[in-house]
Ligand binder design. Sequence first.
Ligand SMILES: Cc1cc2nc3c(=O)[nH]c(=O)nc-3n(C[C@H](O)[C@H](O)[C@H](O)COP(=O)(O)O)c2cc1C
Length: 141
Amino acid sequence: MRGVVIYESLTGNTAKAARMIADQLTAQGIATTASNVMQVDYQALADADLVVVGTWTDGIVVFGQRPGRGHRLKRMPAISGKKAVVYATYAIDPGKVLDKLVEIVEARGGEVLGGMTIRRDRLEESTTDFVRRIIDVLEPA
Ligand SMILES: Cc1cc2nc3c(=O)[nH]c(=O)nc-3n(C[C@H](O)[C@H](O)[C@H](O)COP(=O)(O)O)c2cc1C
């Protein structure tokens, strides 16, 4: 199985999480690369069975949260029929950012299996937890 992480990042947290997720998935046997949503590796995407989509939370801290620069994600390549999982980094309160991200990824044809919000000061613990959950959902015991 192969994977790709497609991310949108303004200040680097979501990009850093993307690299951690890709490295940990690879270590678990799912060869995964990470690319910015504006520079998607089309060959890697074509070869991928699993697509992880990550973004950051944009809003007024506790109100109106939505995927940051969601217009970029809405234009990501179609991923029809591929399994997908989503994550969003945030500072204080992610609100319903994940639901909105799921909608975007489903509109691109992804079969969304789940998602997680990741606090920006807990990237390491949260990405480890996220990858464990991804493996669990892909390979039910
Ligand atoms: C314009 C702007 C709006 C933000 N709004 C929220 C918010 O409403 N709630 C929240 O928890 N974090 C908010 N944040 C924090 C970011 O979601 C958080 O720092 C995230 O990890 C940034 O990811 P990035 O480094 O990949 O850009 C906001 C950040 C920016 C720049």
